[in-house]
Design a protein around this ligand. Structure first.
Ligand SMILES: [Zn+2]
Length: 69
């Protein structure tokens, strides 16, 4: 499940929210209670679950952990 980082436009507090599909979530700042939250696209936490990559760039490493990426 994707985690998105939001920043409060009122106090600047950053919070991470789990976002379900549908995108109708309403997030509220846990510090000041403002619902004026802006989604940040930091890039991390998206696509980080690919731990089982089994493709070695050289094609010779059986585990894909040769580090030649
Ligand atoms: Zn706030």
């Amino acid at each position: 499940m994707p985690i998105f980082e939001y920043r409060c436009n009122k106090c600047g507090h950053k919070t991470e929210f789990l976002e379900k599909s549908g995108g109708k979530n309403k997030h509220v700042c846990e510090k000041c209670g403002s619902s004026n939250m802006q989604k940040l696209f930091s890039g991390f936490s998206v696509g980080q679950s690919n731990q089982g990559i089994d493709s070695c760039p050289t094609g010779t490493c059986p585990t894909g952990t040769c580090g030649l990426s």
